[in-house]
Design a protein around this ligand. Structure first.
Ligand code: COA
Length: 151
């Protein structure tokens, strides 16, 4: 298994992987068009010829980036891939000179193990909530905001 920047040829597998968890209400669906548009934000984990994990880092504002669409295929979980993605995203944020990285997640415990702390969702800038407009759970959001410095 190795983690590398996504290529256009990975987009359909990324879309399918995210779709599997979106159907289980564990994360937000990303359309193929959205994935192509944001392809350069994605890392993937590849094993043999298969994409077995993905993770995106998106710059939100001058000092803030978001870890999005973190997913590891069922049969490949608990092998350190999720941790490796978060470590790589933090490293990328550091290189970009970003001071804070956050995630909106239903798995806050996973992020807390990696040094993130829970913060009030309202403490994040309004721009963060642009995805809410296309989320079916708008009025009953169950995601938790977690934040840490990449240093
Ligand atoms: C959450 C997820 C990305 C973790 O990926 P992973 O490759 O299994 O993560 P790692 O192998 O690096 O770490 C797994 C460890 O985190 C722990 N962990 C996972 N979810 C956890 C949680 N919610 N709370 C506490 N610990 C958690 C596991 O118990 C495991 O611990 P261990 O190493 O002591 O056995 C993966 O389970 C996943 O894709 N889930 C479905 C999509 C999803 O919920 N994404 C959430 C991010 S927005």
């Amino acid at each position: 298994m190795h983690i590398r920047p996504a290529k256009v040829s990975d987009a359909r597998q990324i879309n399918a992987l995210i779709g599997t968890f979106a159907e289980q209400d564990k994360m937000l669906f990303r359309s193929l068009a959205d994935i192509y548009e944001h392809l350069q934000t994605f890392l993937v984990a590849q094993e043999d010829d298969q994409v077995v994990g993905c993770c995106a880092l998106e710059v939100v504002w001058s000092d803030l980036a978001e870890i999005k669409s973190l997913a590891v295929a069922q049969g490949h979980q608990s092998k350190g891939i999720g941790t490796a993605f978060v470590t790589a995203a933090l490293e990328k944020a550091r290189e970009l000179g970003i001071g804070k990285v956050f995630a909106l997640t239903m798995e806050p415990g996973f992020f807390k193990r990696l040094g993130f702390v829970e913060v009030p969702r309202e403490s994040l800038p309004m721009k963060v909530w642009r995805d809410c407009a296309r989320c079916p759970k708008q009025q009953s959001c169950d995601e938790v905001a977690v934040l840490r410095s990449p240093a």
